[in-house]
Design a protein around this ligand. Structure first.
Ligand SMILES: Cc1cc2nc3c(=O)[nH]c(=O)nc-3n(C[C@H](O)[C@H](O)[C@H](O)COP(=O)(O)OP(=O)(O)OC[C@H]3O[C@@H](n4cnc5c(N)ncnc54)[C@H](O)[C@@H]3O)c2cc1C
Length: 817
């Protein structure tokens, strides 16, 4: 700061010494300040509507992914219909606690299974339960606890769905069991073809082996039959053990002890030299906590703040080891098994995941290599300065059944909880150390858990999961078009050539773009208003320039708010800011000029315009027509300047003072724009990709569609047409031409919603079926009119526009993403 002031002082002294620099510098400073004030006082900060987006994310907030459609089925028929009525990628989501896009793929049909969540059959004698796969452990516990039964194998927390847990082949803190697969008796699965298949150890066993731990790539698990066990009382026992003695301690005290139900060991960072072993053993003692299952409404203020304290570097970690844990474990604890198995992930939730977030990682190391792995792990954390909050040790028996097995031999699981930043640099750092850690894991004959960030390379994956080929062979057989996918499967699918592709390049358009293009289009509508204003013979010096600036920033604020839930579209936002600032500079300058010099010269105006002034009006009309179809910087500003100067006068009663003032002002404006456009054209050529020129629209109609220069037929299936329609102005005009012709728009750019603006008298209101009103906006040069902006279901858009046209309303624009 001090240095900054020193430089500023030096700069001002330099300017003062050279008087010829002082005036332009201070003018520039004052003008910049003026522009900043204009931007600051404009806009609509109070607008609060946020659109529910087709964006899915996971608990970390690191993986927002735009999907094409989300369904939340309650019946399997809905899943089948969705599969059969679509052609593209399909993703499946449970609780979405996996952390690396395992439930997501761009533009997929996303099946959120959480509403498919009934208990189908509970057999108390056999101790087994059949459930729909979207049910959470917590909901199931509610039912089985009444029968004094307990889930045999599940994770530490109860928020996960059964389908999501089977699909990652989860494990818990249970001793003597391995991953969940051993407790899964059978499943009903729906394949990508819509066919249902029962899979178990007796039927379709190879498919069973691929579905468990198969990350939704083989089929959608509809139902699962799981083993249960008795709900028993358990008592906590803690032991602080040196790492070098831990394996022996585990072998003697835990591994063969039939009374131990839960066990985990916390390996304290940053030294990793001692393990706090926490075992829960069967007990007949009185309960210290009578609650049968953890309440859903528990407050986790203390737990959440404790995690935050631990995340404060080494001080927090020291506090945990020496104060917090000894205090917690100083009390006796005897609880029900179901209580200990029903923790809520809320206890780990940070106050915000905006700048930093908590993430998991997990390594499975063969038991005999446990000690040699720890120093390697520690060295990598130190090298990359990773903020490790906890490393929890678990144990798992071998799983020889699943193809993507993570326990090909008996392993210790290192469950690592760490804090990372959400910016690009932090993400890159995590990727680097995760890859290095994966090599360390492989060097010890281990593997890692796949529900977390898939940073491992394809080669590492193939080494860590050597039976991957069998898994992908079954996938190829049952899902030859690779529809069931997600970011994990997409990355590790060896049959890359067969991967899903867009139906046509540029087919999918991001849904939020339809909202975000509104402010950009305002810079087309406003020049049109200006041209209309001049043609009406209004005084150009009276045009509402400030209202125009304000209107742009209002549209900007509202658009940004509306898409808050969508994946960040930084590039487009930056573009909107750049054009917003340059428009504010242009209009801010015009506002100053027109309200001072312009107004003074307008006193000399005559009712008749000079030829030059008429050409100026024509130039503004030509410009406003041009930008409706093409980027503004391609307009030939210079040729209009030349045309104005080349014109000879034929009018008689015009004001020559006003004529020359207008001509000079116009020359200044268009010359500047010509120069600015030249700059932009060069920059665009150097940096931008060829823009997408067509929008792809599915239409249903019994009429024949005729092609023209803007509309091309790409595909025809019975009465369904896939059309390529030219973007920008032509798009609105061509779709307007479909009104009243018995057509139905099925999708546009892969989307089912689009923004439409209408112009209508202020007193008029117009509603429509499946039309979501977004806001009214001002037509700055006509106080009697308003612009109504709505998000419309594409299937209903033609009816909505027809309704508008039957009144005094005009369809202004359809925003083509
Ligand atoms: C705080 C926390 C603690 C955790 N603790 C443990 C632990 O102790 N032990 C452990 O093993 N794991 C643990 N995990 C990881 C967790 O088990 C997985 O992330 C699990 O997938 C979460 O279940 P979900 O319902 O959120 O699944 P999702 O994340 O929604 O889905 C996971 C995968 O399953 C697929 N899927 C979901 N439903 C179906 C279905 N019906 N049919 C087919 N495929 C489907 C999805 O496509 C996806 O690929 C933990 C995670 C967190 C965040």
């Amino acid at each position: 700061m001090k240095r900054l002031f020193k430089y500023m002082k030096k700069m001002f002294m330099f300017i003062h010494k050279r008087k010829y620099l002082a005036i332009p510098t201070y003018f520039l400073l004052a003008f910049s300040l003026y522009i900043m004030v204009l931007i600051q006082i404009s806009g609509d900060a109070s607008y609060s509507k946020i659109l529910a987006s087709n964006t899915i994310n996971d608990v970390t907030g690191l993986n927002p992914t735009r999907v094409n459609k989300i369904i939340r089925p309650t019946k399997k028929q809905e899943i089948k219909e969705a599969l059969l009525s679509t052609k593209g990628a399909v993703t499946i989501g449970g609780g979405k606690f996996s952390m690396g896009g395992q439930t997501a793929f761009t533009d997929s049909l996303h099946i959120d299974m959480r509403s498919y969540n009934k208990v189908i059959h509970l057999d108390e004698n056999k101790k087994e339960v059949t459930v729909q796969a979207g049910i959470t452990w917590r909901d199931l516990q509610e039912v089985i606890d009444k029968k004094n039964l307990s889930i045999k194998i599940m994770q530490t927390y109860a928020n996960f769905t059964v389908g999501g847990s089977i699909s990652v082949n989860c494990h818990g803190r249970y001793v003597g069991f391995g991953p969940i697969v051993s407790s899964v008796k059978s499943m009903k699965v729906m394949l990508a073809s819509g066919q249902e298949l029962v899979v178990s150890r007796d039927e379709n066993y190879d498919v069973f082996r691929a579905v468990v731990g198969g990350y939704g790539g083989i089929g959608i698990i509809l139902e699962a039959t799981l083993e249960l066990v008795d709900n028993v009382k358990v008592e906590r026992q803690t032991d602080l053990v040196d790492v070098k003695d831990y394996h022996q301690f585990f072998e003697n005290e835990i591994r063969h002890n039939k009374d131990v139900v839960f066990q985990n060991g916390d390996l304290y960072p940053p030294y990793y030299n001692q393990v706090m072993n926490v075992a829960w053993k069967k007990s007949s003692k009185n309960l210290t906590d009578e609650e049968p299952i953890t309440s859903r409404n528990e407050s986790y203020w203390l737990e959440q703040h404790t995690v935050e304290v631990v995340s404060w570097g080494n001080v927090g970690k020291w506090l945990r080891r020496t104060v917090i844990d000894p205090y917690i474990y100083s009390n006796d604890a005897v609880v029900w098994r179901n209580k200990e198995a029903s923790y809520d992930v809320k206890e780990l939730e940070p106050s915000s995941r905006e700048e930093t977030t908590y993430v998991l990682n997990e390594y499975f190391i063969p038991v005999e290599n446990f000690e040699t792995f720890i120093p390697k792990m520690r060295a990598i954390y130190e090298k990359y300065d990773v903020n490790i909050l906890n490393v929890s040790l678990r144990h798992a028996l071998t799983d020889k059944e699943t193809y993507l097995s993570w326990a090909r031999e008996e392993v210790f699981a290192f469950v690592v909880y760490y804090k990372q930043g959400t910016d690009k640099e932090a993400k890159k750092n995590v990727e680097l150390w995760t890859k290095e850690m994966t090599d360390a894991i492989l060097s010890e004959g281990g593997t890692w858990y796949l529900p977390y960030q898939p940073h491992a390379s394809l080669a590492q994956f193939q080494k860590g999961y050597p039976e991957y080929q069998k898994y992908f062979d079954i996938k190829e057989r049952l899902d030859p078009k690779y529809r069931l996918t997600n970011k994990l499967l997409d990355k590790y699918n060896p049959k890359v050539k067969k991967k899903l592709e867009e139906p046509i390049k540029g087919y999918y358009r991001a849904e939020e773009q339809t909202v975000l293009t509104v402010p950009e289009w305002y810079l087309v509508f406003n020049p049109k208003e200006y041209a209309d204003y001049l043609e009406k013979g209004e005084n150009p010096s009276n045009f509402p320039f400030y209202a125009s600036i304000n209107e742009y920033w209002k549209l900007y604020d509202r658009s940004v708010k509306l898409v808050e839930n969508y994946p960040k579209n930084d590039e487009y936002m930056t573009m909107l800011q750049v054009i917003g600032v340059s428009t504010t500079i242009e209009y801010g300058f015009k506002m100053l000029y027109e309200n001072t010099i312009g107004k003074v010269f307008s006193w000399f105006s005559e009712p008749t315009l000079s030829n030059q002034e008429m050409i100026i009006n024509e130039a503004h009309r030509a410009y406003s027509d041009f930008v409706y179809h093409t980027a503004f910087y391609e307009f030939s500003f210079w040729s209009w300047v030349k045309k104005v100067w080349a014109s000879s006068e034929t009018q008689e009663e015009y004001s020559s003072i006003r004529k020359w003032e207008r001509t000079l002002f116009f020359t200044l404006e268009f010359s500047f724009k010509a120069f600015y456009s030249q700059l932009l054209t060069s920059a665009t050529k150097a940096t931008y990709e060829e823009p997408v020129k067509n929008i792809y629209v599915w239409i249903t109609t019994s009429e024949e569609i005729e092609e023209n220069m803007n509309v091309k037929i790409i595909q025809k299936e019975k009465n369904k047409y896939l059309l390529a329609i030219k973007r920008w102005g032509a798009f609105t005009e061509e779709l307007k031409a479909f009104i009243g012709k018995g057509m139905k728009v099925d999708s546009i750019g892969g989307n089912d919603k689009i923004v439409i603006s209408l112009l209508m008298p202020k007193e008029l209101t117009l509603s429509g079926e499946n039309v979501e009103y977004l806001y009214d906006s001002d037509v700055v040069s006509d106080t009697k009119q308003k612009r109504v902006v709505s998000l419309v279901l594409v299937g209903k858009m033609l009816a909505y526009m027809k309704k508008c046209q039957s009144t005094t309303c005009v369809v202004e624009h359809i925003y083509d993403y």
